[in-house]
Design a protein. Structure first.
Lengths: 136, 150
């Protein structure tokens, strides 16, 4: 079990969220950033596109430097992945946040909504994983 | 320029690298965390929260960011929408072990599986946006953005 990478990666995510918050006053919530860009009438499009641009460059660098870090889930058909995506999309939009917005940003702020949401999605995620037969 | 382009761009870049370094972009690793077989991924959120805690409260005490006001969520109530959404998100996360950020980063890194998940993600988000736009109830999206306010 590697402890250094999750800790250093988490710290980097915290640094990214802090930069956006301290400089621009914005919350680094991925589902909110994407969902608000999809809602055509929302303002604040420029910073969201910029964030996604940075995310895209980071993803491209990752795929170039170490593609093993985006290795797909084996034995999982694409229909299941599509259904999972729809559930994640509907769910994060209704809950107004995901792992980043509620977990990384909401919890340090002391938000009750974020704490409850994070407990629920991790708990349900664990239940569904167990129902699928664990890690396999 | 700094507020709307530079800071968000660098933040997005660091965010993606952090997700990759932490292995959150590998659904197999996420699944072994959700299956209680590898608790190390808890350190990703704990590490991020530990780093973000100080700056979060610095901003809240100061009352504004360096270049703008603070854009904080206005919703405070624990409502059915939050509960239902969190449960559906958890179900989707358990099903394929991608949450939104890692799915996007994996897609940009060339993962076809990540791209299919993002396609579903966009369809699901678009459906809720359309529902909210049609709805004339008190659920105005712009007033109900808990984690990502406008």
């Amino acid at each position: 079990m590697n402890l250094y990478e999750p800790l250093a990666g988490g710290a980097l995510i915290g640094l990214a969220a802090s930069l956006l918050w301290v400089v621009s006053g914005r919350i680094a919530g991925i589902s909110g950033i994407v969902g608000q860009l999809l809602a055509r009438d929302a303002d604040g499009r420029r910073w969201r596109w910029s964030f996604l641009g940075g995310l895209a460059l980071g993803g491209a660098l990752l795929g170039w430097l170490d593609p093993s870090r985006v290795a797909p889930l084996p034995d999982t058909d694409l229909a299941t992945v599509l259904v999972a995506g729809v559930l994640v999309g509907v769910g994060t939009r209704l809950a107004n946040g995901c792992t980043s917005g509620h977990g990384v940003c909401g919890i340090p702020r002391g938000s009750t909504r974020s704490g409850v949401s994070t407990g629920l999605y991790i708990g349900v995620g664990m239940l569904v994983t167990a129902w699928l037969g664990g890690a396999r | 320029m700094i507020r709307e382009v530079l800071a968000p761009f660098v933040a997005g870049l660091l965010f993606a690298l952090g997700l990759g370094l932490s292995q959150m972009t590998r659904p197999e690793v996420v699944r072994s965390f959700l299956a209680f077989e590898d608790p190390s991924l808890a350190l990703v959120m704990l590490g991020a929260i530990a780093v973000h805690l100080g700056p979060t409260w610095w901003g809240l005490r100061r009352g504004r960011a360096l270049t703008d006001r603070l854009h904080l969520p206005t919703a405070t109530r624990l409502d059915g929408r939050l509960i239902l959404g969190s449960v559906l998100f958890g179900a989707g996360w358990g099903l394929a072990a991608y949450c939104p950020g890692p799915a996007l980063v994996a897609t940009f890194a060339g993962s076809g599986q990540g791209a299919v998940l993002v396609l579903g993600l966009l369809l699901g988000m678009g459906a809720v946006n359309a529902w909210d736009a049609m709805s004339t109830s008190d659920h105005l999206p712009a007033q109900d953005l808990a984690a990502n306010p406008e």
